[in-house]
Design a protein around this ligand. Structure first.
Ligand SMILES: *Cc1c(COP(=O)(O)O)cnc(C)c1O
Length: 377
């Protein structure tokens, strides 16, 4: 072994010992998939694939440059217009991914003399973005607007303050109290960013998300989302005012210093948005099926935590136990992933199930039967 890499085996062994070791392997085929974020089953929709093909043939395999150089195409502009309309904002800006969007936004808006106030359970991309921004990071208790209020009261220093939360939490499936959080942020003059990665396409009329469902477009400065979940493709974005968009175009390093998203991805997103507009009831139908599934899991004696969405965790606790259950579920025909720290807090390992429109009523009934048998054994 190369002597410079000697330390690596020790680190890997530590991960294995803590049942935290992970691999990026293709899952076996033929399993009933409960780990996909393709909530509306759009990734393989013929109309989405056709839209991707049109853009691919018209504009090429790659964007060939960053957005500020010559990478912007009419497709990119059309997608941003469409995303702004979906979200009910004056403007939108497309990024390479949701991760890059969060990195770009926070880096552009806050710096050394500023503060970020984040819900304790926000996604790793928001945590990384906060750390990289060099702003002071304060974390408020999960979904606790009162605690946010206290933190803003106590820490009134700082040049600029930015509150960040998700509207639908990715590992818990619960919803943020957006009206309360928005009122607190507004009262303290703090900017508010809401990450709608999992709510976009699912919640709100026509899949516009929870910010719009609550009529909070003017109270939430930045409504961030991704094309990579319910829209079935790839790419991140933020809906905001024209002024904020112009600032991000000029300051967001994760927007400026990377190649523009490839035309095929942009075309696919446009195709997905077109379908969403033609089928405004899809999100509501998904949530209806998820509610039935959740009720059946509860009736089977499983702890689904605070889930109120298509994301349904089953509380387990220990890493080893979560892994063992995921393995047994796999043997029984279900693809369910064990979610462990650091993705979730220590001691809260869980199975994370997501319901999608690809699941039939029969699939869901079968899954309840298997989950009950395996998890309660
Ligand atoms: C998935 C996710 C992201 C990142 O989006 P990508 O497009 O996959 O990079 C950001 N925030 C939340 C809450 C997410 O779940």
């Amino acid at each position: 072994m190369d002597p410079r890499e000697h330390w690596i085996e020790g680190e890997l062994e530590e991960l294995r010992q803590g049942h935290r070791f992970r691999r990026a392997a293709a899952p076996p085929s033929g399993l009933l998939n409960f780990s996909s974020n393709d909530y509306l089953a759009l990734a393989r929709h013929p109309a989405v694939i056709a839209a991707a093909e049109r853009a691919l043939h018209a504009a090429g395999a790659g964007a060939t440059a960053s957005r500020l150089v010559s990478g912007t195409t009419a497709w990119h502009e059309a997608l941003e217009t469409r995303l702004a309309r979906l979200k009910g904002y004056p403007a939108a800006l497309l990024f390479g991914s949701g991760y890059l969007a969060n990195l770009g936004i926070l880096g552009a808006l806050v710096g050394r003399d500023d503060q970020v106030l984040a819900d304790r359970l926000v996604h790793a991309s928001l945590m990384d973005a906060a750390v990289l921004s060099r702003a002071e990071l304060l974390r408020f208790r999960h979904n606790d607007a009162q605690h946010l209020d206290e933190l803003l009261q106590k820490n009134s220093g700082g040049r600029r303050r930015l509150v960040v939360t998700e509207s639908l939490f990715s590992m818990d499936g619960d919803l943020a109290p957006l009206p309360e959080l928005a009122a607190v942020a507004e009262r303290h003059g703090a900017l508010l960013l809401v990450d709608e990665a999992h709510a976009t396409g699912v919640f709100g009329s026509g899949g516009s998300g929870l910010v719009r469902a609550h009529g909070l477009e003017s109270a939430v400065n930045l409504s961030m989302g991704t094309v990579s979940k319910a829209l079935g493709g790839y790419g991140g974005f933020v809906a905001c005012s024209e002024a904020l968009r112009a600032l991000l175009v000029n300051r967001a390093r994760a927007f400026i210093y990377t190649t523009a998203p490839p035309p095929a991805a942009v075309g696919a997103a446009l195709g997905a948005l077109e379908l969403l507009e033609q089928n405004p009831g899809w999100g509501a139908e998904l949530l209806r099926r998820a509610a039935v599934f959740r009720a059946a899991l509860c009736a089977a004696g499983l702890d689904v935590m605070q889930s109120a969405s298509q994301i349904i965790p089953i509380q387990v606790g220990a890493n080893a136990r979560a892994l063992e259950l995921a393995e047994k579920l796999r043997a029984a025909g279900l693809l369910v992933i064990a979610i462990r720290p650091p993705t979730v807090p220590e001691g809260t390992a869980r199975l994370r199930l997501s319901v999608t429109l690809a699941h039939s009523e029969d699939d869901l009934a079968r899954a309840v039967e298997i989950l009950q048998r395996v998890c309660r054994a």
